[in-house]
Design a protein around this ligand. Structure first.
Ligand code: HEM
Length: 208
């Protein structure tokens, strides 16, 4: 099979195909962020609720659910960033700094809370993911890193969400102001929600 006959290659080799790949993977990531934020905000509801939520995620489809979600998310993130890089290269535009920075944050975040390279956090996670998150945000440098990463992520989202509508042809001259406002509101909501967790824990000793 050569490059011109494989349908995935055809999508990749056309600029409109790549734009759709960016839009579809972007939409999956945008929806994931809302779901991930909703789940994480349970931290403010209570220890039992948050731990029960984390346990239910890990037990989904007898443990396969979380791995399916990881594979889908990782593929979406890699395709999203790679297609953006390729598009901006072709257009000789500025390098897609957001994508790479967010990718770097996700790698750090996975080492922090999923792989748990810190053995203290790994030990806490065995009995309570809630305790792990509280302990994970006791360090000011870590909190600052999360705040910077969330700010970059959300400034990207504020125009990224509107771009999805643009690519699928739903952003007309008439609807553009409303779509741009919704896009900004969504980004601010995601930013405020995610920022609230490390800052409440570090600055207001939430969970101590
Ligand atoms: C303050 C903000 C955040 C907190 C407190 C948080 C918390 C967590 C926790 C506790 C886990 C581990 C879930 C588990 O395995 O039990 C996790 C996983 C994950 N987070 Fe976050 N997260 C935050 C922000 C983000 C952001 C902004 C992104 C995306 C850009 C993200 C992407 C992921 C991904 C992809 C996973 C892996 C899912 C898995 O393998 O289970 N997180 N997060």
């Amino acid at each position: 099979m050569n490059a011109s006959s494989c349908s995935l290659c055809k999508i990749w080799n056309s600029s409109i195909g790549k734009k759709y790949l960016v839009a579809i993977t972007g939409l999956v990531l945008v929806l994931f962020l809302a779901g991930h934020l909703g789940g994480n905000l349970l931290i403010f509801v209570g220890k039992e609720e948050f731990d029960a939520y984390a346990k239910s995620l890990h037990e989904l489809l007898h443990g396969a659910g979380v791995w399916i979600a990881r594979a889908v998310l990782l593929s979406c993130l890699v395709i999203h960033v790679a297609a953006t890089i390729s598009l901006t290269r072709a257009n000789r535009a500025a390098s897609p700094k957001y994508g790479l920075t967010i990718l770097a944050f996700v790698v750090y975040h996975l080492l922090h809370f999923t792989v748990r390279i810190d053995s203290h956090l790994a030990e806490l996670a065995k009995t309570s993911p809630h305790a792990m998150v509280i302990a994970g945000f006791q360090n000011g440098v870590v909190v600052l890193f999360y705040v910077i990463a969330m700010t970059l992520l959300c400034s990207h989202l504020s125009h990224g969400v509107a771009s999805i509508f643009q690519t699928v042809g739903l952003r007309s001259k008439k609807s553009a102001p409303l779509i741009d406002k919704l896009s900004k509101a969504y980004a601010w909501g995601i930013w405020a929600g995610f920022i609230s967790i490390p800052t409440a824990i570090y600055f207001f000793q939430f969970g101590a």
